[in-house]
Design a protein around this ligand. Structure first.
Ligand code: UD1
Length: 419
């Protein structure tokens, strides 16, 4: 099993180009199921999750062709409407094929995602909204079966809780439904805006993009388009933390500051200088000590849960105490014991982590417990004394495009070894 070795102590300086967003790419790939014409997605990140989603598409009969960072998905004819268990288990976002398949084919079977390391993560919101659009849903043998032989019909849906995935699934389903659908209390993450922009370019009629109320007038069919995947705000936020922690100076090219308002605010309060430039963000930090700052994860535009572990790594070496509240997932502190192994002082009280800043971290053997936790270990390793060895790095490969190459190019001592 491969491991990552990080030798701490190097200051990072230079340019990093931010890749297309994983969380935008996955729903965009599912959107290809809505049309029998090719959908070309450019700025596609090279990630295991993108590969898994592409394999799922191939299994449904979609042709997938990659040419550098452009991938063409051609769903002219579908050979199956069933998403198998092994793919859904590896990647929960597989459930995003449910809405498009029912909308186009009138039926779909998707394995239930089951439990997940960072919380229960049910799909009840997806299912009850699809029922409101006229789908018959049954759960049998670990699969969700959704049937709508006469097509879906528009509905007025109010999500009881903000969900990124449910908003995306229903947005896609509604594009081909009969009549008008209103999605109230919709998630507003930039990846949803990116999906809505792509669907509009495919001929969908959507208004309210970027707000918590999306209105969709169904159309009989969609066509293909060429769409660039929006920049990954979580990757950009991660490297911004690396600049602050190493007292470095990084220019993050292609990054969107308007997608990172809350994290940038915290970075500034911690002591970093963040310059928002056209098409890039520059982060530098020369403060002797970083200042501990509290934050709470919430749906966009508030602080994203996907940056919680990385910012916790930074707070662990700040001066003072930071209280970090996690309101999105009930079990997203699994990186705490790993950071503690490196010398961090963190206690958990219900859904808050209390981080007491320590003078420094020391290298240790740690494991990546989930995707974002894995990169938090890399960040901690960058400033730890000595060597940090990170196991279970398949999590990292799911969501970070060439992370070792990008970090090495700006001065980090990081390498992958097979063991
Ligand atoms: C997406 C992101 C993930 C991010 C999360 C929150 C993708 C591929 N993944 O995940 O990286 O951490 O948004 O920003 O874009 N919930 C229910 N019932 C449902 C659906 C969700 O109770 O039917 C709950 C979840 O358990 C969680 C909360 O709602 O507590 C938010 O989940 P959701 O926004 O749906 O996250 P995902 O779409 O799975």
């Amino acid at each position: 099993m491969a491991k990552i070795l990080v030798q701490g102590g190097n200051r990072l300086e230079g340019k990093i180009t931010i890749s297309g967003a994983k969380n935008a790419a996955l729903p965009l790939i599912a959107a290809a199921l809505l049309t029998d014409k090719p959908l070309v997605l450019t700025n596609m990140p090279g990630l295991d999750d993108v590969q898994t989603m592409s394999n799922l598409m191939k299994g449904l009969g979609v042709s997938v062709e990659r040419d550098r960072d452009a991938v063409t998905f051609d769903a002219a004819r579908l050979s199956s409407t069933k998403a198998p268990e092994e793919l859904v288990r590896t990647m929960r976002a597989s459930v995003l094929v449910l809405g498009p398949l029912v909308a186009r084919e009138g039926k779909a079977q998707v394995a239930l995602p089951g439990g997940c390391a960072i919380g229960a993560r049910p799909v009840d919101l997806h299912l009850s909204a699809l029922e409101q659009m006229g789908a018959d849903i049954t759960i049998r043998d670990g699969f969700v079966e959704a049937v709508a032989p006469d097509g879906l019909r528009g509905a007025f849906i109010t999500f009881p809780k903000v969900s990124v995935g449910a908003t995306e699934n229903l947005l896609m389903a509604a594009t081909l439904a009969k009549g008008e659908t209103v999605l109230n209390n919709a998630a507003q993450e930039p990846e949803i805006t990116d999906l809505a922009d792509c669907l509009r370019a495919m001929g969908a009629n959507i208004t309210g993009i970027g707000t918590s109320r999306l209105t969709i007038q169904g159309v009989p069919s969609l066509h293909g388009t060429v769409h660039p995947v929006v920049a990954d705000r979580i990757e950009a936020g991660t490297f911004a933390v690396a600049a602050a922690m190493t007292r470095g100076d990084l220019l993050l090219e292609n990054a969107r500051a308007d997608h990172l308002t809350a994290p940038i605010d915290i970075l500034r309060r911690v002591g970093a200088t963040v310059l928002e430039q056209e098409g890039s963000i520059r982060v530098h930090c020369s403060a002797d000590t970083l200042t501990a700052t509290d934050f709470t994860t919430e749906p966009f535009p508030a602080f994203p849960t996907d940056l919680q572990a990385q910012f916790m790594a930074m707070m662990s070496i700040a001066s003072g105490t930071a209280v970090i509240r996690e309101t999105i997932f009930e079990n997203r502190f699994m990186h705490v014991p790993e950071l503690t192994r490196m010398g961090a002082s963190i206690s958990i009280n219900d859904r808050s982590a209390i981080v007491r800043g320590v003078g420094g971290l020391t290298g240790a053997h740690v494991i990546a417990t989930d995707l974002r936790a894995s990169v938090a270990m890399v960040l901690a390793g960058l400033v730890a004394e000595g060597q940090t060895e990170i196991g279970n790095i398949y999590h990292l490969d799911r969501g970070y495009d060439q992370v070792e190459a990008k970090l090495s190019a700006v001065g980090a001592s990081i390498q992958r070894v097979e063991s």
